[in-house]
Design a protein around this ligand. Structure first.
Ligand code: ADP
Length: 260
């Protein structure tokens, strides 16, 4: 099997160093930050760098401990047990990444408890068995603190089980470099896109739930690179995804048209 190319990741602070050391200790790791700030890309990059398998679970409100741990299924006349992704990672020694962990059902947090302290073990009540985690097993999760304005929180008793690092939008020069590397767009256009993002991010009075992420800029840059007009690309890839308020949309379009 050929090895996948290293995913492109532009380091922002000391996150690579911090992760490498945390991996040595196998302490659970929490990536905090708004959507589209490179959390998933970072963990893909780290798993590749550390030459370990990564199992990613995108948590949503229906994600339950059963989805992670496993379930009995009926096969012909037999009932057989099927390991879920968490159990596989625990037994075989992979990194499991629970993306947006606060979105999952509360029983997920209960299920990972004994894996996130000195015990490093998984209790499977349906089997009545406890499994000690493989020495290479590591639990990584992401969490968007912006959600706290709504209802999804992580309790301090859970948060304090993780080494944590905050992700945010990179400074302008680095963000423009990311756009160029990801899409091959011309550097001057990348710079303009980042300027638009910076301007909108500073307009806190708009009360947007989430502001312009690097992901949105990458999308706009991709569209421009394949020939869609620049202004239209910004309208559809950056502004429309942000809000449904027609007045705000128009104001942001007017603003961005002046900048690109
Ligand atoms: P998150 O998991 O935080 O929601 P992603 O990791 O999916 O965000 O990042 C969204 C996109 O933004 C990526 O696909 C990548 O194109 C780009 N990106 C953001 N930050 C970085 C970075 N530091 N290095 C490389 N690409 C990045």
């Amino acid at each position: 099997m050929t090895k996948m190319n290293t995913p492109y990741y532009q380091p922002i602070h000391k996150e690579i160093d911090v992760f490498e050391h945390t991996y040595k200790c196998k302490i659970p790791f929490l990536l905090k930050g708004p959507t589209g700030t490179g959390k998933s890309r970072f963990i893909e990059f780290m798993a590749h760098k550390l030459d370990t398998k990564l199992i990613t679970i995108s948590c949503h409100e229906e994600t339950s401990s059963t989805d992670l741990i496993g379930r009995f299924i009926i096969k012909g006349a037999e009932t057989i047990w099927l390991d879920g992704p968490l159990t596989t990672a625990v037994k075989e020694g992979h990194i499991i990444y629970l993306d947006e962990i606060a979105e999952a059902r509360p029983d997920v947090i209960v299920a990972i408890h004994s894996l996130t302290d000195h015990r490093r073990e998984l209790f499977i009540d349906k089997l009545g068995e406890t499994f000690k985690a493989h020495e290479n097993f590591m639990l990584v999760a992401s969490f968007n603190p912006g959600y706290q304005r709504g209802f999804k929180e992580l309790k301090p008793s859970t948060r304090q089980r993780f080494v944590s690092i905050s992700f945010d939008y990179p400074e302008a020069k680095l963000e423009a470099e990311i756009l160029v590397s990801e899409t091959n767009i011309q550097p001057d256009i990348a710079k303009k896109l980042v300027n638009i993002a910076t301007k909108i991010r500073n307009l806190t009075e708009l009360g947007l739930t989430e502001t312009v992420s690097t992901r949105l800029l990458v999308d706009a840059a991709k569209l421009i690179h394949v020939g869609l007009p620049k202004r239209l690309s910004v309208h559809v890839a950056v502004i429309e995804p942000l809000t449904d308020d027609l007045e705000v949309i128009q104001a942001l379009k007017d603003l961005s048209d002046l900048m690109i």
